[in-house]
Ligand binder design. Structure first.
Ligand SMILES: C[S@@+](CC[C@H](N)C(=O)[O-])C[C@H]1O[C@@H](n2cnc3c(N)ncnc32)[C@H](O)[C@@H]1O
Length: 398
């Protein structure tokens, strides 16, 4: 198979396996004939709890949709692109690729597959199973009834917990944690994600890890400590205080989900200082950059409205965070970790420590982004600069 086609199909299969496919279309039929659909449109759907590939055949006068098990659906599409259509377009959460074939059989690719640290294939990936609803801490947290049914009010949270634990599950398989690893959840709040993560890593995966939640609200810390004690979770601790004044002895995986504004930067900085293997943040209310950017004159007509400026500032904040992490030698990914109907705060940044030399050239990129969007300062960059000068961090209260 010509290389462009091979890259196209490898990327499509990986996106399907990892639930990251948005759509795949085949178009430009080789023969104009009413019996041949003008194009095929494929998307992932869930039917009776099973993932399926729904392929819609679009004829001039009608549409017909058929559902396939994902592997079979991909084989069918592959065969259709080889025999019936010239063009294929793939949209995933990470990339956009197009393949164009000529009449002579040459293939050309437009776009690039996203960088993946390791291709996760069926044989090296065990299917993640949801945290059982009858785990007693889920009841103590108010997500499940005493008999282990998820409550109506707990459904969204349960879905979010599982999605989060599934992501971490994938990351620790990709970048295994060292023996005795210390995982810190900064801004742990009510502890929903902290408990589920601890339970999954220690009891389902059998990893020798300890987990600490850091939270500034004392009543939440007390409640979480009580639930941990009731469940015999002796390697799960909760510490009361601000992220920036917490100094762990070691930190192998940093988590900060929905920590307000620059608290995300404080948490990332803690992870970087500790040389953590894995960093996971889901930022929230990115206010600092918005205050500290001067929109260049040519962008003003675009960013005139408050909401667009806010979204742009959030995007720049998170894009810069990823670039600073790359500059520190981490491979990053930014993606939507849960559909918008479950939470408005759904962007996640993950970062995995790479070998020396990774991320050279990131500085040029972040400087050009800062200049383009008129960003005067970014909290994470300031912390890193202070760290380099040996001044340590100064208390920011997010
Ligand atoms: C929106 S909640 C998120 C809780 C949890 N991580 C989750 O995603 O379900 C944010 C939590 O972070 C805590 N928080 C915010 N800034 C903090 C800081 N600088 N230090 C410690 N905790 C902080 C807040 O008290 C709050 O409980």
């Amino acid at each position: 198979m010509p290389e462009p086609l091979e890259i196209f199909w490898t990327t499509a299969v990986r996106a399907t396996d990892n639930a990251r496919l948005v759509k795949l279309t085949l178009s430009k039929p080789r023969r104009k004939d009413p019996a041949t659909p003008r194009n095929l449109y494929a998307r992932a759907v869930e039917i009776g709890g099973e993932g399926q590939l729904q392929i819609t055949h679009r004829y001039a006068d009608r549409e017909e949709a058929k559902n396939f098990p994902p592997g079979e659906g991909m084989d069918y599409l592959r065969e259709q692109l080889a025999t019936v259509y010239y063009n294929g377009d793939l949209f995933t959460l990470d990339e956009q690729l197009s393949v164009m074939q000529s009449r002579k059989g040459n293939a050309r690719l437009r776009g690039e597959p996203a960088r993946h640290e390791e291709v996760i294939t069926e044989h090296n990936r065990e299917k993640y199973r949801d945290i059982p609803a009858d785990r007693p801490y889920l009841h103590a947290l108010g997500i499940a009834t005493v008999t282990g049914e998820i409550t109506a009010g707990g459904r969204r949270k349960y879905k979010q917990i599982n999605k989060f634990v599934e992501i971490v599950d994938g990351l620790v398989r990709q970048q295994p944690l060292p023996e005795g690893a210390h995982i810190v959840d900064m801004g742990s709040g009510s502890g929903y994600l902290t408990f589920a993560l601890y339970d999954h890593l220690r009891h389902t995966l059998g990893l020798d890890v300890r987990v600490t939640g850091v939270e500034l609200r004392p009543q939440l810390v007390e409640k979480c400590r009580a639930i941990a004690a009731d469940n015999g979770f002796d390697q799960l601790h909760f510490v009361e205080g601000y992220i920036d004044s917490y100094h762990p002895d070691r930190l192998d995986m940093l988590i900060a989900l929905h920590a307000c504004d620059t608290a995300t930067d404080d948490a990332l900085y803690k992870g970087l200082q500790a040389n953590a293997d894995i960093l996971i943040v889901a930022p929230c209310c990115q206010k600092q950059v918005r205050r500290d950017m001067e929109v260049p004159a040519d962008l003003k007509p675009l960013l005139d409205s408050g909401i667009l400026l806010e979204r742009q500032a959030a995007m720049v904040t998170d894009g810069l965070r990823a670039l600073y992490l790359q500059g520190q030698g981490y491979a990053t990914r930014i993606f939507e970790f849960i559909p918008l109907e479950h939470t408005a705060k759904n962007v996640m940044i993950t970062a995995l420590k790479q070998d020396k030399g990774y991320g050279d050239g990131a500085q040029e990129k972040w400087e050009s982004v800062k200049e383009r969007f008129g960003v005067r300062r970014h909290r994470l960059e300031e912390l890193l600069e202070k760290g380099e000068r040996g001044e340590g961090e100064k208390g920011g209260r997010g």
